[in-house]
Design a protein around this ligand. Structure first.
Ligand SMILES: O=c1ccn([C@H]2C[C@H](O)[C@@H](COP(=O)(O)OP(=O)(O)OP(=O)(O)O)O2)c(=O)[nH]1
Ligand SMILES: [Mg+2]
Length: 167
């Protein structure tokens, strides 16, 4: 087997020359870390739109998705309200991150230069929507929203079969 790595060129403009460019922490990482361009303190339950000090131009057929960092989530309870945020190929404005402090007690303190989110650049396709009156059948059908069961058990599907039969 041969592993292939594909890369895409993205134009970036620093709106704040003192901040670092987005950076992949390791070779092969999916997300490049974005930093805060300003200090931010979030009281429990509070959210704020945080500037990153940069703007990008993506090629057509690409989008960038702004994901939370797991470390911030685990340590401080800080996540992104609209995760993942979508940056359209044509957007030339400053990339901003809407952080939310989900912690019920502690204020989250983040400083300018702290890594607050990660940006994943991906190929995307636009759909051509063809309206029909009947959709083709499928194995899943209309089941969703927990239809496969398995909540709160390690046994998952087996437990689900049991419940269904017992219902
Ligand atoms: O986390 C995000 C999400 C979006 N954006 C920017 C890039 C994106 O291209 C633009 C619009 O985002 P979106 O379509 O999600 O927001 P909207 O509320 O639908 O605004 P609009 O009416 O401008 O599309 O805002 C960010 O900087 N950060
Ligand atoms: Mg929109």
């Amino acid at each position: 087997m041969r592993w292939t790595v594909s890369k895409v060129d993205v134009l970036i403009k620093r709106l704040d020359p003192d901040l670092p460019l987005p950076r992949y922490a390791h070779v092969g990482d999916a997300g490049a870390d974005l930093v805060a361009a300003a200090d931010v303190e979030l009281a429990p339950g509070e959210r704020a739109v945080v500037p990153t000090g940069m703007a990008i131009a993506l090629p057509d057929g690409y989008a960038a998705f702004i994901h939370p960092r797991s470390g911030l989530g685990a340590r401080l309870g800080v996540t992104i309200v609209n995760a993942p945020g979508t940056v359209d190929a044509g957007y030339r404005g400053e990339i901003k991150v809407t952080l939310l402090n989900t912690d019920l007690r502690a204020t989250a303190v983040l400083r300018r230069g702290d890594r607050i989110a990660q940006m994943v650049v991906q190929r995307v396709e636009q759909a051509v929507f063809h309206e029909v009156t009947d959709l083709p059948g499928s194995a899943r059908g209309t089941g969703g929203f927990g239809s496969t069961g398995g909540f709160g058990t390690a046994s998952g599907f087996a437990d689900n079969e049991h419940r269904r039969e017992g219902a």
